[in-house]
Design a protein around this ligand. Structure first.
Ligand code: ADP
Ligand code: MG
Length: 827
């Protein structure tokens, strides 16, 4: 009856298109590369499944051979993607039922902290409870899972049944799709309402006019008024993306860039990576179609290397400028130049209420556009005495609020991923113990390494009768707005880079936050109505111990990367570069010295070939130098693996609490005491590859599959760069011992600055250059080794109770003289 197959196909397509938009080919490609799935993508997968069904029906009707080659290819491609996704879901579901413990349950001297250990549930709880709980969690997870059950998946590929399936009047899958479409429509409606209810909306036209009239505009407004999500869209609507140019918006933090891009993509109704995309280090989710690009400030800075006039952008918005990150500060200086020679270029600087005048002055009196915002009163509570254990105090406070206060969500400010995970675990355990005695507490951690579908949870409305508690770092001070927060718990700390120009040492430190930060944090409680803020420090401390404002990062970090970048942009007069706050000349000189010692500068202070290459790598110069050297030593592939593993070093191993001993034993098989943490990490990577990137292998060996997937992606990117630079041309098959030496020497060539020598007394280490006392971190495989290595190089320094060296590798002293003759000439 159907004699014209083309018509059949057409009819079919049209019906499909009326029903639902076809999943886009490009988007599908992207899905296959991502190791996680957001809900949006999930919807697309369902669409894809429907398409495949239709396809199969067509094939059944007209025969495979009568499809065009292109259609055959498309079908094969889509089908392949579909099964990949299916597989990945299974893996992810599996991984999600496993638990990870933060590795920091140690006391100062490296022993397991008995108290904290005891505090954990499992020493008090018997195993049956745990098993029950896990089973329960599993059930919940399965229930909440809207994915296509496996049975139907098989059904799709059973072509004899496919016809029946499609023509069945009660088509379950269709119904499910229709439901989704209805949901989607509802969502779009609410999104539209939200957009219009934001404070910026009233000023939309005025804002557009101001941008048209002024080249530089400072925009100030309360957090949550809609600056980040709306302003780039307004510029787009006002025609700034017409002639193929983009609008860029920088964020100081990765999480913010990802989260905001996802939100804006949702608002516009496109997939992330399509019209709206984001770029963060080692992850680029943009395409040729991207017109609104969110990115970290560091990524825009790197764009200057390839597009020094930023010609692909019609406008840039420097968001959260008040944060004064190193990259933002440098960007402001560079953009000031661009503004001067590109009259068509627009610059928006957006900032929370503080500091606006300073930006205006820097840009020769640029106008300040103030978006009036509402702010409700917030009652502030202080502790009567200093709290010894902040985390403990925070947990207690959360439960006090949960049990005694009116409805409203809680936001807790902590210092980093370790603390967030530890607190999340602890809260979950306590809730489990209390069971039905308390209302439900929805625990939402947020940090950069969290998969993006879990990051989204913080924005989900809280279920009736439950209370949400969001655990965040200072990212929630101004970059992320979470609706519904009524209570803020502020530990009063922040984790920061601290650089000491006299020793040249940089370390991560947990420090008291500033008064300005504390006030911002409190303000989060009063966005939608009156709120309460619980400060876990005394009023006296607030008044006397907190600095008024945070120190701009440029005044407290090593400037090596920035200086290298500026030099490769041809900016040599660093002392006169237009910084909004000039860094200390000492710090600049230290940076130049380091680049010189790394071989990046010659005697005349000019950039060398090595220097230019170092600047090209998206890693710090020391890491780049390590890679460059490894090529000369014929071991670039191995060092690539080490370098990629170092990026995730903190989250490779996991110790589920119920199987700590097995986990430690499993870890032991990778340990290479002679090669320290670096070669231990290399061993994990090598075995992971040898075992075909297998999830099962990861599970058996207590390593985290998700982290290794990230390592794989980082490694691939770095490898492509090395290949382009010809660094892989020297590669030979080295025997094991030579390879070890090659890796060690490469590390020395990059990180000689971080050399530390065993002290005479044998209990601590001293840095080679300045004789500062440092200790091996308890998480290192070298910790407690007898005899301890005489000399080692650390990857990073963390100051907690002591200056700890995290991730270390033993080396020979003669290599220091070989690779850093100038630096260690006095030795
Ligand atoms: P600002 O930059 O002025 O602080 P934003 O543009 O970030 O404000 O946020 C405006 C509003 O958009 C918030 O109040 C919130 O309701 C909503 N929003 C922002 N990001 C998200 C997100 N990732 N998910 C859901 N809603 C969001
Ligand atoms: Mg914002």
């Amino acid at each position: 009856e159907l004699d014209d197959p083309t018509e059949l196909r057409l009819g079919n397509r049209i019906r499909l298109e009326n029903d639902v938009p076809r999943a886009n080919f490009e988007d599908l490609r992207r899905i296959s590369r991502q190791e996680y799935l957001s809900k949006r993508e999930e919807r697309q997968v369902l669409l894809l499944q429907a398409e495949l069904q239709d396809f199969e029906w067509e094939i059944e009707q007209i025969g495979w051979d009568r499809l065009t080659t292109k259609e055959q290819q498309e079908y094969k491609f889509k089908k392949e993607i579909f099964s990949t996704i299916q597989e990945r879901w299974e893996i992810e579901q599996d991984m999600e039922t496993h638990y990870m413990l933060p590795d920091d349950y140690f006391t100062e001297d490296g022993k397991i902290d008995k108290k904290r250990k005891q505090d954990t549930l499992h020493s008090k709880y018997n195993d049956t409870a745990v098993v029950d709980w896990e089973a329960d969690q599993m059930r919940k997870a399965v229930k909440a899972d809207t994915r296509v059950p496996e049975k139907e998946y098989e059904f799709v590929f059973d072509s004899s049944q496919a016809v029946e399936f499609v023509s069945d009047p009660v088509d379950v899958e269709r119904e499910r799709l229709e439901e989704l479409i209805a949901e989607e429509e509802e969502r779009i409606k609410t999104i539209d309402e939200t957009r219009k209810s934001l404070p910026v909306y009233q000023y939309r036209d005025e804002l557009i006019k101001a941008v048209q009239e002024h080249q530089v505009l400072i925009v100030v407004g309360e957090t949550g008024s809609g600056k980040t999500t709306q302003l780039p869209q307004y510029l787009h609507e006002a025609g700034f993306t017409k002639d193929g140019k983009k609008i860029g918006c920088t964020q100081p933090r990765r999480v913010a860039a990802m989260s905001v891009a996802t939100r804006v993509a949702d608002e516009i109704g496109t997939a992330v990576g399509d019209k709206v995309g984001y770029t963060i280090r080692f992850e680029d989710r943009t395409s040729e179609r991207t017109i609104l690009k969110y990115m970290t400030d560091g990524m825009l800075l790197r764009e200057f290397l390839t597009d020094p006039e930023l010609l692909s952008y019609s406008a840039i918005m420097i968001d959260e400028a008040h944060e004064r990150t190193l990259s933002t500060d440098v960007l402001l200086g560079l953009l000031k130049d661009i503004v001067a020679y590109r009259p068509d270029f627009k610059l928006l600087i957006s900032s929370a209420t503080m500091n606006a005048q300073k930006f205006s002055d820097f840009f020769d009196g640029a106008p300040i556009f103030n978006i009036p915002g509402r702010r409700y009163p917030v009652d502030i509570f202080y502790t009567s005495q200093p709290e010894a254990n902040c985390l403990h105090a925070a947990i207690t406070t959360v439960f006090q609020i949960h049990l005694q206060q009116d409805p409203g969500d809680i936001l807790v400010f902590l210092t980093g991923q370790d603390e967030i995970e530890s607190m999340a675990d602890n809260l979950a355990e306590t809730c489990l113990k209390l069971g039905d005695q308390i209302p439900e507490l929805v625990i939402c951690p947020i940090y950069a390494n969290l998969p993006s579908d879990q990051q989204r949870l913080i924005f989900e409305p809280t279920p009736e009768g439950a209370r949400k508690v969001v655990l965040a770092t200072n990212i929630a001070e101004t970059s992320l707005t979470i609706d519904g927060i009524v209570y803020v718990v502020d530990t009063g700390f922040v984790k920061e880079n601290v650089f000491n120009p006299s020793t040249g040492m940089e370390s991560l430190e947990v420090k008291p936050c500033s008064k300005a930060s504390a006030d911002q944090r409190a303000g989060r409680a009063g966005r939608l109505g009156p709120g309460k803020c619980y400060r876990l420090y005394t009023k006296w401390a607030y008044l006397n111990e907190l600095a008024a404002n945070p120190t701009p990062e440029i005044l407290r970090s090593s400037l090596a990367s920035v200086v290298l970048l500026l030099l490769s942009l041809g900016i040599t007069d660093l002392l006169n570069f237009d910084f909004i706050d000039k860094p200390a000349p000492d710090t600049l000189i230290k940076a130049l010295e380091l680049i010189y010692a790394l071989g990046g500068l010659n005697e005349n202070g000019e950039l060398t070939k090595v220097g230019r290459r170092m600047a090209e790598f998206p890693t710090e110069p020391m890491m780049a130098k390590t890679l460059l050297t490894s090529s000369e030593l014929h071991c670039c592939q191995a060092v690539l693996s080490v370098v990629a593993m170092l990026q995730e070093a903190g989250s490779i191993f996991y110790r589920p609490r119920e199987r700590k001993e097995q986990a430690d034993k499993a870890r032991q098989q990778f340990v290479q005491t002679l090669g320290g943490d670096h070669l231990t990490l290399l061993d994990v990577w090598t075995k992971f590859v040898e075992n075909g990137h297998s999830v099962q292998w990861c599970r058996d060996n207590y390593v985290q599959y998700k982290s290794l997937l990230r390592v794989r992606s980082i490694r691939e990117q770095l490898e492509r760069m090395c290949e382009r630079m010809g660094l892989l041309d020297n590669e030979t098959d080295l025997e094991h011992d030579r390879l070890v030496v090659g890796v060690m020497k490469s590390v020395v060539a990059g990180f000689f600055v971080n050399a530390a020598q065993l002290s005479k007394t044998g209990d601590a280490y001293r840095t080679m250059k300045k004789n500062q006392a440092v200790w091996i971190h308890p998480s290192s495989v070298l910790f407690g080794l007898k005899p301890p290595p005489k000399l080692l190089i650390y990857n990073e320094l963390v100051l907690t109770s002591k200056e700890f060296m995290r991730t270390c590798i033993p080396v020979h002293e003669k290599w220091l003289r070989e690779y850093a003759p100038h630096y260690y000439s006095d030795k």
